[in-house]
Ligand binder design. Structure first.
Ligand code: PEP
Ligand code: MN
Length: 337
């Protein structure tokens, strides 16, 4: 349930309500907006009805939350969530570009890429150290060595790091290095992993499962938030459809839909979404025009030699060209890069 407080309700009046709810065994989440304070109460709905909260003069109305997600939904939290990470804010006026190779392969490869994407205007370096590959015979990542190389690239360039964690047993290790923990598409509904990343408090980028509905995806975010970590962003990376020309079908509709249903930032991954490097630029521009808060793009110094996802990776030069195009469309949408 949502308890909407009257405009001008004092701190004490809000506290009176939250104390009462807690005494009655509800878990309470406060959303203090500029205009109004909203109290979210999660617990037994029938008990809430018997509390007669409307009788308090500072309470405007009590509204049931109809959707299965409460913390991730806009009903309870009407204002956009802005995630602060170091000097950056994701979900505000700045459109962030996360860029880097699919997998960290060597010191030279990651440092060269980091320097180039930084110079082109990226703010966050991507790179997989643990790779969830479809085949057990494919390159599985450099693991901790890869994380160390990412950290070295961060130290040199000032870029933040986003990297995937695939196993609940590695969450602590990865969160010692990463600024953003990536949950891969294949793990979107790995609820044990979601609970573990929630505990770290680190921002989480939750990729959409290849066959997940919007509701299932938002419920996965709800898991992380119910674990006490509200720093969650979605990442649309394409879904499985009957079309085989592209690797996946990038569902850009997800951007406005998620913005309506949820207050969390939305990232788009045009690399996995298309699987083809020559579609990445067009779909990046379209994603930003649709309202995406950030992009995550695969970039490799020599895509033809990449150990994973070469066909969808941009060269350093092509990435620079993409950033120049993006600057124009971002400006049109009243934001900046
Ligand atoms: C990746 O980002 O390299 C990756 C494996 O992505 P996804 O989980 O979307 O397939
Ligand atoms: Mn990849």
């Amino acid at each position: 349930m949502i308890i909407v407080m009257r405009r001008g309700a004092t701190h004490e009046q809000v506290e009176e309500i939250t104390d009462r709810l807690k005494q009655e065994g509800f878990s309470v989440h406060l959303s203090e907006g500029v205009e109004k304070t909203i109290v979210g109460a999660i617990g037994d709905r029938s008990r809430l009805e018997s509390l007669a909260l409307e009788a308090y003069p500072a309470v405007d109305k009590v509204v049931p939350i109809l959707r299965p997600y409460k913390l991730a939904g806009r009903e309870f939290h009407p204002e956009d969530t802005v995630i602060e990470i170091g000097p950056h804010k994701i979900g505000g006026d700045q459109v962030h570009v996360m860029a880097g190779p699919c997998a960290v392969e060597s010191r030279e490869q990651i440092l060269q890429t980091a320097r180039a994407v930084k110079a082109a205007g990226a703010t966050i370096l991507r790179g997989g150290a643990f790779k969830p590959r479809t085949s057990p015979y494919s390159f599985q990542g450099l693991e901790e060595k890869g994380l160390q190389l990412l950290a070295e690239a961060r130290d040199e360039t000032g870029l933040l790091i986003v990297t995937e964690v695939v196993d609940p047993r590695n969450v602590e290790l990865v969160s010692n290095y990463a600024d953003i923990l990536q949950i891969g598409a294949r793990n979107m509904q790995n609820f044990f992993l979601l609970r573990e990343v929630a505990k770290t408090g680190r921002p989480v980028m939750l990729k959409r499962g290849p066959s997940a509905t919007y509701e299932e995806w938002i419920m996965a975010a709800e898991y992380v938030m119910a674990g006490g970590n509200y720093n969650v962003m979605f990442c649309e990376r394409g879904i499985r459809t009957f079309e085989t020309y592209t690797r996946n079908t990038l569902d850009l509709c997800a951007v406005p839909v998620l913005k309506q249903l949820s207050h969390l930032p939305v990232v788009v991954d045009p690399s996995h979404g298309t699987g083809r490097w020559n579609l990445v630029q067009t779909m990046s521009v379209a994603a930003v025009a649709a309202g995406a808060d950030a992009l995550i793009v695969e970039v490799h110094p020599d895509p033809s030699k990449a150990l994973s996802d070469g066909p969808q990776s941009l060269t350093l030069e092509n990435f620079d060209g993409l950033m120049q195009d993006l600057r124009q469309v971002v400006k049109l949408s009243g934001r900046h890069i």
